[in-house]
Design a protein around this ligand. Structure first.
Ligand code: SF4
Ligand code: SF4
Length: 381
């Protein structure tokens, strides 16, 4: 059985996208699991009110093609996501409009209008034994996780596993950052969400036709990768995505934990991949190496603590770009940002490096800053 399928797709042209989608699904059994009348949630990445060409969100052309294929099988696709901030009709409908979801609606999808919440009890979880999630997911028979491949300030990469953070209503997200300030714990929480919904998640897809590099997941630069990927499971899919953009599991806490749990093999070469992965790998993809700088095992506890703190990546505002909107201060879950003369000032001693401020700065003025020594050491590795 194929673990991950990858095909070429060089544009968001309707015909090319449809062909690529059909081809990428073939090696993993197509859509044979879809039955007439099935309600299927497509959990897209609609992180922010951003146009498709900015490459922060799942492209509507792909969603349109998928919706049509599901409709042809008499299924009922419903597109949903909960971005950061308020989770209500006014905000989310504006996001649907700007991200091109109205095209998917015209293709036959429902756009989720249920903005209620549910509580999950999950005793088997690694860390998230209780959590709140978006209620519409309870009313569907299956879920398709359709993400965008991007860099991510906190997790290194945003792909299939990270996309499921969108099941947490936006207003609760800061609380989760605060509850799991350690990056590995946050990764475990993300994986708990994936495990909880795994029985319903029948398919994971990655829009890597144009991904995002640099200051992702919202203010980076679109980067052509020309690939569409699919899998039945988010973990091997993320392992392949990491390879595609030149990262290793040590760079990405979710992959590191997945490997420790035995959910993925030690190397991508041990996966059964349909398609020529090497052909799609981008050697000069601009990543945010927040994670690799923390790998200093075997140097003693205090040395390790010192090194970790000295090499820690942290948010830093670019004064020239900052427009003094205060959004970073409002969204900071640890409440450690104060505005001084129109510029955010961060109390580094209390910052939990969640990078929400970087993710939600509307002009990309908040950057992930890595100390020079960390950059030199990373370069040498
Ligand atoms: S969100 Fe960005 S632009 Fe707004 S105050 Fe913070 S750093 Fe400046
Ligand atoms: S300053 Fe930024 S990175 Fe630090 S806790 Fe606040 S939002 Fe998170």
């Amino acid at each position: 059985m194929t673990d991950v399928s990858i095909v070429s797709c060089n544009s968001y042209d309707e015909e090319e996208v449809r062909t690529a989608l059909e081809n990428v699904l073939l090696p993993i059994g197509g859509l044979d699991w879809v039955t007439p009348g099935m309600k299927i949630a497509i959990k897209a990445n609609l992180v922010s009110m951003m146009k498709p060409e900015l490459a922060a969100t799942t492209h509507p052309a792909l969603l349109c093609a998928l919706v049509k294929m599901l409709r042809e099988r008499d299924a009922e696709p419903i597109i949903g996501d909960s971005p950061g901030g308020l989770y209500n009709a006014a905000v989310v409908n504006r996001i649907y409009h700007v991200t091109g979801m109205k095209q998917a609606e015209a293709a036959g999808a429902l756009l989720n209008q249920d903005f209620g919440n549910c509580e999950a009890n999950f005793p088997e979880a690694m860390v998230a034994h209780q959590f709140t999630y978006t209620a519409y997911l309870d009313k569907v028979d299956a879920i398709i996780d359709f993400c965008k491949l991007k860099t991510h300030g906190m997790m290194g990469m945003s792909a299939a596993v990270k996309n499921m953070f969108g099941v947490v209503p936006g207003t609760f997200k800061p609380e989760y950052h605060f509850r799991y300030p350690d990056h590995r714990d946050f990764a475990k929480m993300l994986m708990d969400l994936n495990t909880y919904f795994a029985p319903k998640v029948k398919l994971c897809l990655v829009d890597a036709i144009v991904g995002m590099e640099g200051n992702g997941p919202t203010q980076g630069t679109p980067r052509h990768l020309g690939a569409l990927l699919a899998s039945r499971s988010p973990h091997p899919l993320d392992l392949v995505c990491a390879k595609l953009i030149g990262l290793t599991p040590k760079d990405i806490p979710t992959l590191e934990v997945a490997m420790e749990n035995g959910w993925i093999p030690e190397s991508v070469e041990q996966l059964k991949i349909s398609g020529d992965l090497n052909r799609f790998c981008v050697r000069d993809f601009q990543n945010i190496h927040v994670r690799r700088s923390l790998q200093f095992e075997g140097h003693g506890k205090f040395a390790s603590m010192f090194v970790r703190s000295a090499l820690r990546a942290e948010p830093r505002p670019d004064k020239k770009l900052c427009v003094s909107c205060k959004k970073c201060a409002e969204i900071c879950p640890a409440h450690v940002i104060t505005m001084k003369n129109g510029i955010p000032e961060i109390d580094k001693t209390r910052c939990i490096t969640c990078f929400c401020c970087q993710e939600f700065c509307p002009v990309g003025a908040m950057k992930v800053h890595r100390p020079l020594i960390a950059r030199i050491l990373n370069h040498k590795k």
